[in-house]
Write a protein that binds this ligand. Structure first.
Ligand SMILES: Nc1ncnc2c1ncn2[C@@H]1O[C@H](COP(=O)(O)OP(=O)(O)O)[C@@H](O)[C@H]1O
Ligand SMILES: [Mg+2]
Length: 302
């Protein structure tokens, strides 16, 4: 197993940040660690990278125990901490050489060049880190995490604060990295999981509430579907609720409604029949897919 977490609990004084968390990750994949703020994502990552000890339970990376074999764990894992701390006064290459030195790498300059190419820092490589835009700093963070060629990468909110173009580039980069390594990345953005993750572990208030492939999670909660319908004039919710299969009717604007329907039968013919029976015309009717966003809300609300 690349990452194995067994019954991890973490207390900060009275505050329980993680409560009996267990999961395993093996092989090359991008796994999303998803949860609202304060769910315990960063705490879990700090435990996996030996920055913090757990209160109880065990965690291992590439078979090395985080408490007993911390040096082996550090050699096996690359870590991009939340907020990506960097030395802003150092030049990009100077900083990467410094990190390579910490890992006692041989052929430092060749390795630094390789990393600069891998993360696409080419044109910015002669600048000071403080002069880089956020997207390029994030690339420096990824380069320092990968410089010792670890099997496992732990990235804490690697895309937070990026603009849409940078976002797409950095996500693409992470996806490529995930073909060869185990990547565990935290995020509170559902679309990010949809865009790059093979599997998603959802955590809420220190508990794992879901752990599955993105596809399975989506289909598990697809017993309901939403229909957006617009009529040519007003009608009432209590009438709409008489349509077979319709469980909820929510007014969107004057004559437009959002209908929550059972997904086992297509309610659209019944909606048309309803319009005919009530002398209404259907101006628009559309099925909207329930994405992971709804799944996330359902699992973490309350
Ligand atoms: N050093 C700390 N001391 C006390 N409480 C902490 C500390 N670090 C995190 N916490 C608390 O633990 C909980 C989980 O935090 P964190 O792991 O940072 O969550 P996330 O990364 O999912 O936003 C939060 O309630 C947070 O306030
Ligand atoms: Mg965090």
């Amino acid at each position: 197993m690349s990452i194995s977490v067994s019954h991890i609990t973490k207390l900060y004084g009275q505050q329980k940040a993680l409560d009996d968390v267990s999961f395993e990750i093996g092989g090359s994949a991008v796994v999303g660690f998803l949860g609202p703020n304060g769910a315990g994502k960063s705490t879990m990552m700090k435990i996996l990278t030996c920055y913090l000890p757990s209160t109880s339970g065990t965690a291992s990376v590439c078979g090395f125990d985080t408490r007993e074999q911390s040096m082996d764990v550090r050699r096996s894992v690359g870590y991009l901490p939340e907020h990506n701390p960097l030395y802003t006064d150092l030049y990009v290459k100077e900083y990467l050489e410094f990190v390579a030195g910490i890992y006692k790498l041989k052929n430092v300059s060749a390795r630094v060049k390789e990393m600069v190419d891998t993360v696409g820092l080419g044109r910015e490589q002669h600048k000071k880190i403080g002069q880089l835009s956020r997207g390029y700093r994030q690339r420096v963070g990824l380069a320092q995490a990968m410089i010792h060629d670890p099997k496992v990468l732990i990235l804490d909110e690697p895309t937070s604060g990026l603009d849409p173009n940078q976002l797409e580039e950095v996500r693409g980069l992470i996806k490529r990295i995930g073909r060869e390594k185990t990547v565990l990345l935290s995020t509170h953005i559902m679309q990010e999981v949809e865009a790059i993750c093979d599997r998603v572990i959802i955590i809420d208030r220190g508990h794992i509430v879901a752990d599955d492939t993105a596809d399975t999670l989506r289909s598990a909660t697809q017993q309901r579907e939403t229909l957006e319908v617009e009529f040519d004039r007003a009608t009432e919710a209590k009438l709409l609720l008489r349509i077979p299969g319709v469980e909820k009717a929510e007014a969107v604007s004057n004559n437009a409604w959002r209908l929550l329907c059972r997904a086992d039968q297509d309610a659209r013919p019944a909606v048309f029949q309803f319009a005919v029976d009530n002398g209404l015309k259907v101006l628009a009717l559309q099925k909207s897919e329930r994405g992971l966003e709804e799944v996330f809300k359902e699992l973490t609300k309350g």
